[in-house]
Design a protein around this ligand. Structure first.
Ligand code: KIV
Length: 311
């Protein structure tokens, strides 16, 4: 697209974010609270780049999480621990620049908030100013209530995350369901402490459905489940799992709605075979000289070939 102020022609290998017919209404944290009050469940999804953010926004997903799962799903680390704030911020910015309506939540990565409420606020400020996020998320229960309070007091909405918290996977003994045995009361206390500290929502990961239901009923703020049963106010999944781009093991709580890995591999095999067999590019994909230009170009080539001393 060109304009008087921007005479550049758009890059030919992508279209950039498209312009909607009329501006969409931004999802705000109070809308999520209203959905809870009306008993209407809502979906949330991870997003880490422009195209997915634009598509998920267009599909009406109200909340997009730039999760620290980018560590595994974008940067290729084996856990969520190594990803840094500097690695997260460009992804957050790409997502926020690409949505018209969705509320974009930026995850605070491991080591970027645990040291103190001050550190948590400083990292949140970076996510808001540099990433243009609309809210942040951090993992942990009661122990992190002061961190949540410091961030919300500064005007930044915070989403909590309890149950199985991947940043503590070594401490929790690996991927294990939480809320079994005597742990249920502690999870309830964690959720209440986050609400009290000002969190606008709480993710519950791999929590028994019974405990998740109890917490959802006790909290005024929305709960968002991932492996926490059907009674949470919202549900969240990592998009690679939901759309079947993940080739390895997927957890029990994932329902794949597509098989993108199969589609992509089949398409790439067809492309590779077309290139090898010279079926691609076809005439419809090439650029040709105009007739007059081609004739003089070919005549020039022929003259060069005929000239003495040339081969
Ligand atoms: O980082 C992430 O993707 C998450 C979700 C799974 C809740 O924290």
């Amino acid at each position: 697209m060109t304009s008087a102020s921007n005479p550049e022609v758009a890059a030919p290998y992508g279209t950039g974010p498209s312009t909607p017919a009329k501006p969409a209404k931004r999802v705000r944290i109070h809308h999520l609270r209203e959905l809870k009050e009306r008993g209407e469940p809502w979906p949330m999804l991870t997003a880490y780049d422009m195209y997915t953010a634009e598509l998920f926004d267009e599909a009406g997903i109200p909340v997009l999480l730039v999760g620290d799962s980018a560590s595994n799903n974008v940067y290729g680390y084996d856990t969520s621990l190594p990803v840094t704030v500097d690695e997260m911020i460009p992804l957050v910015r790409a997502v926020t620049r690409s949505v018209k309506r969705a509320l974009v939540v930026a995850d605070l990565p491991f080591g970027s908030y645990q040291l103190s409420p001050e550190q948590a606020l400083a990292t949140s400020v970076r996510m808001m100013k540099e990433g243009r996020a609309h809210a942040v998320k951090l993992e942990g229960g009661r122990a992190f209530a002061p961190h949540v309070k410091a961030i919300t007091t500064a005007g930044v909405p915070v989403m909590g995350h309890i149950g199985f918290t991947p940043q503590s996977e070594h401490n929790l003994g690996g991927y294990r369901v939480q809320g079994r045995g005597g742990a249920a009361d502690q999870l309830v206390e964690d959720a209440l402490a986050l609400q009290e500290a000002g969190a606008f929502a709480v993710v519950m990961e791999m929590v028994t459905a019974e405990v998740a239901k109890k917490i959802t009923h006790e909290l005024k703020i929305p709960t968002i489940g991932i492996g926490a049963g059907p009674d949470c106010d919202g549900q969240v999944l990592v998009w690679h799992d939901l759309l079947g781009l993940t080739t390895g093991h997927v957890p029990r709580f994932v329902k794949p709605y597509a098989s993108l890995a199969v589609t992509v591999v089949a398409a790439l095999r067809a492309y590779a075979s077309d290139v090898r067999e010279r079926r691609f590019p076809g005439t419809e994909h090439e650029y040709r000289m105009a007739d007059g230009e081609r004739e003089s170009f070919e005549a020039e080539l022929a003259a060069q070939a005929d000239a003495p001393g040339t081969r």
